[in-house]
Design a binder for this molecule. Structure first.
Ligand code: TYM
Length: 335
């Protein structure tokens, strides 16, 4: 690994299986970035604890995401791939950053306000300080670029705030400013199948296409995706639900195919049934090789264990070096 390369950090919570939103919003960029940058990619298992998973489910999900990362093309020889909870330095930096993170600013974070609204019975301190933990993940390796989807933009702003604040308070220049990154220059939001919002498991399984969904499931989910009554005048704007299908089509179909359906919508000849069938077939072709690789990798527990162990060792070197600077800056005595 070339240490003069810019540093990249990103993670994904193990909340089941990766879906197309995770892939297109994040992992696809990771695969490209590992060739150009010094990358740290991890499985954010501490973050998933805010929803209290059962131990066996957590363990299974972590292994599943590891297999999915690898199946998508993350190469542990080109990057550092690890499980967050294997990196104990993260918890120390999280705790130290918490001393300078204020209740008011944390309560104003959009993702926190959303959780307060959707899960009022489980507004735990981990949820409130979620952006602090995420900042620790990023700045512990002194990252400059963080490949994420649009939903994480505010968390990146907080990471900059906490890093800058630490530098200022202790009069040191330890943490550079990290920024959200996407190759297309614009952060993306992959839409869900049933809603106008982002593709997300929290809106139910029918809303997401998982990387491991079988061809039958993919066809069924796309067939049931919400549409509108069809264009009644030429060149009308499709309803958001139909725009969603066009978005997905642009991601997995040939440009000519997309153009054919765009044109059919413009001249009112479109049949959504045909469009969905085409989208489903292109989606199946896109995902089948990935699904097959995931199954093979997931079955090889010894290989997964080796990858996680080696990744943790590599990540530890960088994290420990930063923590040495942090501890000195804070003034912990060296006896
Ligand atoms: P998480 O696990 O919710 O999502 C993982 C990544 O997938 C992206 N993503 C999407 N992108 C586009 N459209 C969608 N519908 C969509 N759904 C998910 C997310 O933007 C994210 O990039 N807090 C983070 C995990 C995390 C992290 C970090 C990320 C913890 N520490 C440090 C970067 C750096 C999260 O919950 O992502």
């Amino acid at each position: 690994m070339n240490s003069s390369k810019e540093i990249v950090v990103s993670g994904i919570r193990p909340t089941g299986n990766l879906h197309l939103g995770n892939y297109l919003g994040a992992v696809k960029n990771f695969v490209q970035m590992q060739h150009e940058y010094q990358c740290y990619f991890f499985i954010a298992d501490y973050h998933s604890l805010t929803t209290h998973p059962k131990p066996a489910d957590l363990q299974n999900s972590v292994k599943q995401v590891l297999a999915e990362y690898l199946a998508c093309g993350i190469n542990p020889d080109l990057c550092t791939l690890y499980v967050q909870s294997d990196l104990k330095e993260i918890t120390e930096l999280y705790m130290l950053l918490n001393m300078h993170a204020y209740k008011g600013e944390l309560e104003r974070v959009a993702s926190f306000k959303e959780k307060v609204r959707t899960q009022p019975d489980n507004v735990n301190a981990g949820l409130l300080t979620y952006p602090v933990l995420m900042a620790a993940d990023i700045i512990i390796h002194k990252a400059l670029k963080v490949p994420v989807g649009k939903d994480q933009e505010q968390h990146l702003e907080m990471a900059r705030t906490f890093g800058n604040r630490f530098n200022r308070i202790y009069g040191k220049d330890i943490f550079p400013e990290p920024f959200a990154f996407n190759y297309g220059n614009q952060l993306i939001k992959v839409p869900g199948l049933q809603s106008e919002g982002k593709m997300s498991k929290s809106d139910g399984d029918a809303n997401v296409i998982n990387l491991i969904d079988s061809p039958e499931i993919i066809r069924k989910k796309i067939a049931r995706a919400v549409t509108d009554a069809g264009p009644s005048e030429p060149n009308s704007t499709p309803a958001p639900s139909v725009q969603n299908l066009f978005h997905l089509m642009k991601m997995v179909s040939e440009p000519d195919t997309v153009q054919k359906f765009v044109q059919a919508h413009a001249d009112c000849s479109i049949r959504y049934g045909d469009m969905k069938k085409q989208l489903a077939e292109d989606m199946v072709n896109f995902l089948t090789p990935v699904r097959e690789k995931i199954a093979t990798l997931r079955a090889d527990e010894a290989y997964l264990a080796k990858i996680a162990r080696e990744g943790a060792e590599k990540a530890h070197v960088s994290a420990a070096a930063t923590m040495k600077e942090v501890r000195e800056a804070i003034g912990f005595p060296k006896f």
